[in-house]
Write a protein that binds this ligand. Structure first.
Ligand SMILES: [Fe+2]
Length: 306
């Protein structure tokens, strides 16, 4: 079956472009490329010309997920598959494709209304990617930019859509309770990355978070420090997930949705068996409010004893 080969790019519509530039470059360690006349810009992380399109607008949400396929035949086959199943597919002009630095592009949306762009022929950067903040670079290139977690309205329908239309395979599920919230997330892969796509309900925006992966625990820690000292708000403290084994933390982006930065994920191998995990994390990934409450109690106790 002709399938998507990787998560090619994300498009964000953001209200504060300069905050996103600072966040992308000074926190994540990405590089700004292709500044546009409307104030938008792109961010680069690997051999691809760009991985994130930052576009001006009020939504502060995901504007599209770009999924890469092998070539023009694969693009046509997947577009016909979508049309055959009754989904609307919009073919984009050469100019629109050029705007994404790809050879050809079609647009569609998933059953929850998340905008999808399917493309082939991404432009590669002329120079190797170099980041002063992340000297060993990111785990990206053939594994895609990382992963994205988006909203679904009907998890079974969503899983069926992504597997039958795009050839994603099930990695696993996480189903549990987490600080009073019911967690039910489906994880799917398109290549060796444990999941390029995950989805679940109960989200305020189209996107819950996107993840980028660095190559060492120390680079996760350094990013954590950069983020804290920039005044960034942590969403989940350092921890390790039970399914992809990622060591990571979560923070708020300038648009209010989250990012995850991690290292050490396992990869999908032949004979992968999907499973259901009953916890979000092996350890960590706690809300920072836990620390605030504990700090207040400790201060009070200290006050009493002195
Ligand atoms: Fe994640």
């Amino acid at each position: 079956m002709t399938a998507v080969k990787q998560a090619g790019y994300l498009v964000f519509e953001v209200s504060d472009l300069s905050a996103w530039e600072d966040f992308g470059t000074k926190i994540l360690g990405l590089q700004v490329v292709d500044r546009r006349s409307d104030g938008g810009f792109s961010l680069r992380m690997d051999g691809y010309q760009q991985r994130f399109f930052i576009e001006p607008g009020p939504a502060d949400d995901l504007a599209a997920v770009g999924w890469e396929v092998e070539g023009p035949e694969a693009l046509e086959e997947i577009a016909n598959r979508l049309k055959g199943a009754g989904h609307q597919v919009v073919s984009c002009s050469a100019e629109q494709a050029a705007g994404r630095n790809v050879e050809a592009l079609v647009r569609a949306s998933d059953p929850a209304g998340n905008p999808i762009e399917i493309f082939h022929g991404p432009k590669m950067a002329a120079e190797p990617f170099v980041s002063e903040l992340v000297p060993s670079g990111f785990v990206a290139d053939e594994q895609g930019f990382g992963h994205v977690v988006i909203v679904s309205k009907d998890d079974e329908q969503h899983e069926a859509f992504y597997s039958t239309m795009f050839g994603f395979e099930l990695s696993d599920y996480i189903r549990c309770e987490y600080f009073g919230h019911e967690i039910n997330v489906t994880f799917m892969h398109a290549n060796a990355r444990h999941h390029s796509l995950a989805f679940g309900g109960g989200q305020l925006k189209r996107i819950h978070h996107f993840m980028v992966q660095v190559k060492s625990v120390d680079e996760v820690g350094r990013c954590y420090d950069r983020f804290l000292f920039s005044g960034g708000m942590v969403h989940q403290t350092l921890g390790r997930h039970p399914n992809d084994k990622m060591f990571s933390f979560y923070g708020y982006t300038p648009s209010g949705f989250h990012f995850e930065l991690g290292a050490g994920a396992i990869e999908i191998e032949d004979g992968w068996q999907s499973t259901v995990h009953r916890k979000v994390s092996e350890w960590g990934h706690h809300p920072p409010q836990l620390l605030t409450k504990a700090y207040r109690r400790a201060k009070e106790a200290r006050g009493k004893s002195s």
